[in-house]
Ligand binder design. Structure first.
Ligand SMILES: [Zn+2]
Length: 422
């Protein structure tokens, strides 16, 4: 009995002492290469450090032991970025990636028991940026607002789940927020002067780097991150929380950090990353409109979490940015919003209405509408004259009215659609 206990104790103490570096997985795509180091336990930040120099990226570990299965050297023949990986030492191993180009951007993060290294191709990223900027420019010419919606989590990162700890949860935060984001987009884009960009459209994991890059590339007017909360110990707790980011985020918002510690690291980082370019008071106002509209459909508590110090000198006017924790997956009342389609649609519409109310209140930009005109053809009218009069192309008039030729007859009704901005 004692022997058994002793063995058990040794096993436990050993497994506690060392986290096992189990294996490496990777996927190599033309746009991005991902290398994942799998460990046996949840990793702490303090156990890992990454150093980068010209032709090497090395990961130093603490409290880690390399599994005997972990390869000592791997060559990545089809990689355009990494030549090989080498393992040094079994105890507190050092793992080095040997790099063969400078055409990359590295983004790495810890997710539970994984260390993920994403290598992006610099030239492709630049091209993407250019394309996004160009698209954004064309939208602005049409007097459109650009709203970036960020459904949290995705892919291997499910976020909060219900039932908690179930192997097959039927509700996952990543799915809820994606559905919600798509609905918000649908409602917002009913306004002809709004274009919504989603940071992800599918069940994929989008890194911090990509999420914040999308918002900055498009020069978004608004950034809204969508999440769902979880508090397994008190299922009675419900409520929508709207978090405001601010340049003072790091200094004052201990509370927020605590909340976000339930979240994956990237979410926290997205916020930190965007914060410097965001004007706090604008975010505050956006949160106010969101709260006002959400309260109409959500009958529990809706809170805005702000910093103790409310006055911030606006130095760089940027985009307002908020993170909505749209209820608790652990609460029955809130779950109804995720299960019941009609309810979710109401919540989405409320979020869309809140965003639009903010846009309307804040910008003196023109709001545009497409109006339908009926023109009665007079004697001697030509398509060319009518097109000049309404400032629309002849081809469009022909298309709208199903005209096969250029001939018109007196008294003919022509439909003309025009965007009127005021
Ligand atoms: Zn989340």
């Amino acid at each position: 009995m004692w022997k058994k206990l002793l063995i058990l104790f040794l096993l436990i103490s050993q497994s506690k002492a060392y986290i096992l570096l189990k294996n490496i997985r990777y996927s190599i795509n033309p746009e991005k290469e991902r290398y994942v180091l799998d460990f046996s336990f949840k990793l702490k930040k303090k156990y890992i450090s990454v150093s980068k120099n010209k032709n090497k990226i090395c990961i130093y570990t603490k409290n880690v032991k390399a599994s005997y299965r972990f390869p000592k050297v791997i060559y990545f023949h089809n990689s355009k970025i990494v030549k090989k990986l080498k393992l040094f030492k079994k105890i507190n191993p050092k793992v080095c990636f040997y790099i063969k180009t400078s055409n990359y951007i590295l983004d790495y993060f810890i997710y539970k028991n994984k260390l993920v290294l994403d290598f992006y191709k610099k030239d492709i990223e630049r091209l993407k940026t250019k394309q996004r900027q160009k698209f954004a420019e064309s939208l602005r010419k049409q007097h459109k607002f650009i709203v970036v919606l960020d459904p949290g989590h995705g892919g291997f990162d499910s976020g909060a789940v219900w039932p908690v700890k179930s192997k097959r949860p039927y509700l996952k935060e990543k799915d809820i927020v994606l559905k919600l984001a798509k609905l918000v987009k649908k409602h917002l884009e009913k306004h002809p002067n709004v274009k919504v960009i989603l940071t992800r459209k599918k069940d994929v994991y989008v890194s911090l780097y990509e999420r914040s890059k999308i918002a900055t590339d498009y020069g978004a007017d608004i950034f809204v991150s969508l999440h769902v909360d979880s508090l397994p110990k008190s299922s009675k707790v419900s409520g929508v929380t709207i978090y405001i980011s601010s340049p003072r985020y790091k200094k004052y918002s201990q509370k927020m950090v605590r909340v976000f510690s339930r979240e994956s690291v990237p979410v926290k980082a997205v916020f930190e990353n965007l914060a410097p370019s965001i004007t706090y008071s604008f975010s505050d106002d956006l949160a106010y409109y969101l709260k006002k509209h959400i309260k109409k459909v959500y009958k529990r508590k809706v809170t805005i979490k702000r910093h103790p110090k409310n006055i911030v000198v606006i130095r760089t006017p940027g985009r307002p940015s908020v993170l909505i924790e749209a209820g608790f997956i652990t609460n029955k009342y809130d779950r109804n919003f995720y299960i019941n389609k009609r309810k979710m649609n109401k919540l989405a519409k409320a979020i869309a209405d809140g965003i639009y109310a903010y846009l309307k209140a804040h910008y003196n930009k023109k709001t545009c509408q497409t109006k339908k005109f009926v023109y009665h053809v007079k004697k001697g009218d030509t398509l060319w004259e009518i097109s000049r009069k309404f400032k629309v192309s002849i081809n469009k008039i022909k298309k709208w009215n199903n005209l096969k030729s250029y001939t018109l007859y007196q008294g003919q009704k022509l439909f003309i659609y025009k965007r009127i901005c005021n």
